[in-house]
Design a protein around this ligand. Structure first.
Ligand code: NAI
Ligand code: CS2
Length: 486
């Protein structure tokens, strides 16, 4: 008889790991035991285990709280996942995790050793866009304080890139092949960016190591999708109702999930296609589609929705003007910039996204999506704006999105209340976005933030339009500006 409270208490219709967990091996490390990984890669892996695989995860957490991982370990690494839709829920207990390391407990060397372990064939990462410590040219940001600290002290790394390089170095020294690095963050060509950051860091330390990684390392790109908001008291309550116990590592997400993976691995991988993932040679069209259509309209709804007084995406979508603006942003301003992945109709994709955003059972806060805009806007909006400027085609919604972001990072909402802006550039952006006329604020942000490509920063007509939108947001407010789009 089991003594695990999750297995003992869960309702009868909860899917359980019905495979022999003693046969599941830690063949993969995952860096970033956040909300997304628990509901995405680990769920795909749980499904592959049900289908007969044996690759499981050793979770690596560098800076988040240690409580969820400790709780996970106490429960034999089982945790619950609830898919929440307006018409009901589906729950499972996932068995894909079998081990963990937390920086707090084992320090940098313990982390590096756990990754360099010869049984580890693959290291995946979900560490947010800023975790890649990239500069605006797509290479490693050598001015980033974490990068500087790790280069000064490479045996005690704390940044993701410093840790990956130290672990790869240990593999090389031991005469072992490297592991695959699988980026699962919302960055365009995320594998290429991870590779560039790792090789830049390695080259700054040891040319031979960099050459070895360049030649032998593999960094496949991926398109990842599932809406997984940060947990709230309400979602923990829902978990407790479904599983009938407290589960601090549990997670609530939407039913939809998608994973498109470049099939380029050093030493094998789980057959995630058995769980619905797609392996392909070219992920770029999928990534661009998702980043521009889903994430671009998410950011639109986040900034303009927050400023308009809406707390969640679903609430924002109840406002018809916002819903129409989001659909038109996808259809009129993003689709024309895209090459459709084979077999996908982009208008159908847009309609499906609108339906997902309207899911009332998912409380995804506008404030959460508004975080880290400096790391998100280039791939979600600025590249598309550059496309329109080059082609002489209008993009009023993308322009309003960027104006909304400038208004947001200025740090004061429409009622004069302070906004809790979370962004690695928050202080700098606040200074740039405040003081003087709308045109002066726009000029400072566009030329001084370091995130706008030259094609935009030097375009007088674009900056004039952005200034008009910012002025409009200040004078009329976000709701009216969105309503005036149609
Ligand atoms: P989260 O806040 O729950 O977890 C973030 C994870 O990243 C934590 O493990 C944290 O320790 C780690 N992290 C953050 N900054 C770091 C840094 N500088 N160095 C090392 N580790 C760092 O966030 P969540 O929801 O798991 O999302 C993480 C990323 O996953 C997103 O930024 C995005 O790129 C990707 N993603 C998220 C989706 C979602 O709906 N939540 C869906 C698709 C992709
Ligand atoms: C969101 C994404 O937080 C954000 O910026 O746009 O995390 C979004 O929920 C996912 O990419 C959906 O796959």
């Amino acid at each position: 008889m089991s003594s695990n409270p999750l297995l003992d208490n869960a309702a009868a219709d909860v899917l359980r790991p019905d495979y022999d967990r003693s046969k599941v091996e830690a063949r993969m490390c995952h860096i970033g035991f956040g909300a997304f990984h628990r509901a995405h890669q680990a769920v795909y892996t749980d499904d592959v285990l049900r289908a007969g695989g044996n690759w499981g995860y050793r979770e690596i957490e560098l800076r988040g709280p240690s409580a969820p991982l400790r709780a996970l370990a106490e429960r034999d690494y089982l945790y619950s996942v609830v898919e929440n839709a307006a018409d009901g829920q589906k729950a499972r207990i996932s068995g894909a995790v079998v081990d963990h390391r937390h920086m707090e407990d084992c320090g940098p060397q313990g982390i590096v050793n756990a990754i360099a372990d010869e049984n580890i064939a693959l290291v995946s990462i979900t560490v947010t866009e800023k975790g890649y410590t990239l500069g605006s040219d797509g290479g490693l940001d050598f001015d980033n304080p974490d990068v500087k600290a790790d280069l000064a002290n490479p045996d005690q790394p704390r940044s993701v890139v410093g840790i990956l390089v130290a672990a790869l170095e240990a593999r090389r020294k031991a005469g072992l092949p490297p592991f695959t690095v699988l980026s699962c963050d919302n960055l365009p060509s995320n594998g290429h960016l991870a590779r560039r950051a790792v090789i830049d860091f390695a080259r700054a330390r040891d040319k031979a190591l960099a050459d070895w990684i360049e030649e032998n390392g593999r960094f496949p790109s991926t398109m990842v999708d599932r809406i997984v908001p940060a947990m709230t008291e309400e979602s923990y309550r829902l978990l407790a109702e479904r599983i009938d116990t407290e589960d601090p590592a549990g997670i609530v997400c939407e039913p939809f999930r998608q994973w498109v993976i470049e099939d380029d691995f050093v030493a094998g991988r789980p057959d995630w296609d058995r769980a619905g993932a797609t392996f392909t040679n070219d992920v770029v069209p999928y990534e661009n589609m998702k980043l521009r259509m889903l994430n671009g309209s998410h950011s639109f709804l986040a900034y303009l929705g927050y400023l308009g007084g809406y707390e969640t995406i679903a609430e924002t979508m109840e406002d018809e003007a916002y819903r129409k603006a989001a659909r038109d942003l996808m259809g009129k301003e993003q689709i024309p910039t895209l090459e459709a992945p084979e077999g996908i109709d982009l208008d159908d994709y847009a309609d499906a996204l609108i339906a997902r955003f309207q899911n009332p059972a998912i409380r995804h806060r506008t404030w959460q999506i508004a975080m880290d805009g400096s790391q998100k806007l280039p791939q979600r909006a600025l590249q598309s704006i550059a496309h329109h400027l080059k082609n002489g085609t209008p993009c009023p919604r993308l322009t309003l999105l960027v104006a909304g972001w400038i208004r947001y990072v200025s740090g004061t909402d429409e009622n004069g209340e302070a906004i809790d802006v979370r962004d690695p550039l928050a202080d700098k952006l606040k200074t740039l976005a405040n003081g003087g006329t709308a045109a002066e604020r726009v000029e400072r942000v566009v030329t001084g933030s370091g995130i706008f490509p030259a094609a935009l920063a030097q375009d007088a007509a674009f900056k004039a339009s952005l200034s008009e939108n910012l002025q409009g947001l200040v004078e009329k407010g976000a709701r009216r500006m969105v309503a005036e789009l149609s």
